[in-house]
Write a protein that binds this ligand. Structure first.
Ligand code: SIN
Length: 378
């Protein structure tokens, strides 16, 4: 009876979250919007891009196709939401996946393992994991490598999961390549002045999920939130401004980019489930290497991934998905508010989007990352 009452009192988002997370019986995925087959869905609209905002050469340097080739979509009823279906040049998803696994977890960036381990122990997760991952036999229960225990990495202004704030006192240089990629994508979507200042990388396995939350710790909501996915696919739930609003389920596949801006910047969202790529391959075909004719000489230095590194990445991505979200924390003319203790911190002051937040909207803190496996000590 109590359980029944709880069910009735549950908000629509939570219900759908549990539905897609369920293992037995498995959910029906036929209602999940698939932008790679977008023509069939009435909610899916074509989204205009700023085709002249970045040159083909600049796009190429970031590993992106010329903007006029991108397939960009919006959703009816979600102004400011954009979805770009894998705009990467062949071979480049490998580069970004490798950055997420090999480069970005390195110091001075911060990761979940730092909460339980010394800086020496987490100094080079890649080196410490590569042999273990390489030798891993499929389907066998074996001890997890550190890389498999990685749940999140923060970049730039390091997001503080406890205070849900950024601080100018905890900043390290944002990766130059990811800043470049983000700024090109933002420009093509109409945000010319976007500055990549903070990144949160989430690492998922088939049993991971990311809880219902709103990203509102940044100071300027007029700036978009960018999200890049690699590896296996996810069911992403896009809700409304209230937790009660029923969300729309959609697939995010490898290479897909999502932009939340304008009236969609502060919508509830979550990832209830990671699913194998729909092609039924060990890793999606878009992660195949480039052929010589696809090469983009201007960006060649970005891609010098040796085959050995890729073998490790491929092994990892057979069971995993990596997502990078990139944000601008401080708007033009803004500065971090001074905290009572003297420190400066970015709190969740609505700047340009929410002029008059209701009480409920004030409760939209970036809610717990309920990646059930995320907070586990190694
Ligand atoms: C995702 O993994 O697609 C979403 C990440 C986030 O909301 O922070």
């Amino acid at each position: 009876m109590a359980a029944c009452l709880l069910e009735q009192g549950e908000d629509a988002f939570r219900r759908l979250f549990k539905y897609y997370k369920r293992r037995k019986p498995p959910p029906d995925f036929s209602g999940v919007v698939d932008f790679s087959r977008a023509e069939k869905n009435l909610k899916v609209l074509k989204a205009p891009l700023n085709v002249s905002s970045i040159s083909d050469q600049d796009a190429c340097k970031a590993g992106l196709q010329p903007v006029h080739k991108w397939k960009a979509y919006g959703l009816d009823g979600y102004p400011g939401f954009m979805f770009i279906s894998d705009p990467f040049l062949p071979g480049w998803q490998r580069y970004w996946a490798k950055q997420c696994l090999k480069t970005y977890p390195q110091k001075p960036n911060v990761c979940n393992l730092d909460l339980h381990m010394s800086p020496e122990e987490t100094a080079d997760l890649w080196e410490q994991s590569r042999e273990q991952l390489r030798l891993k036999a499929p389907g066998k229960r074996e001890a997890k490598s550190l890389l498999e225990k990685l749940r999140w990495v923060t970049l730039g202004y390091h997001y503080n999961w406890e205070t849900k704030k950024y601080s100018p006192d905890h900043y390290t240089t944002f990766p130059i390549d990811l800043a470049y990629l983000s700024e090109q994508v933002a420009a093509a979507c109409g945000f010319q002045q976007f500055k990549a200042e903070a990144g949160i990388l989430n690492y998922y396995h088939f049993d991971s999920s990311l809880g219902i939350h709103v990203d509102e710790s940044e100071m300027d909501y007029s700036k978009p939130l960018l999200s890049f996915s690699f590896g296996q696919s996810a069911v992403f739930l896009l809700g409304g401004q209230k937790r009660q609003d029923p969300p729309l389920p959609m697939f995010m596949h490898s290479g897909d980019i999502m932009i939340m801006s304008g009236r969609s910047r502060l919508l509830y969202h979550a990832v209830p489930r990671i699913v194998p790529n729909l092609e039924g391959r060990a890793i999606p075909s878009c992660l195949e290497p480039m052929t010589t004719s696809d090469s983009c000489s201007a960006g060649a230095s970005f891609r010098q991934s040796d085959q050995g590194d890729w073998e490790i990445c491929a092994k990892y991505l057979q069971n995993s998905r990596v997502n990078m979200t990139v944000r601008q924390v401080v708007g033009v003319g803004q500065s971090f508010p001074v905290e009572p203790g003297g420190g400066k911190i970015a709190d969740s002051q609505p700047y340009s989007y929410h002029q008059d937040p209701s009480k409920e909207e004030n409760e939209h803190k970036r809610q717990k990352i309920v990646n059930e496996e995320v907070a586990e000590p190694p």
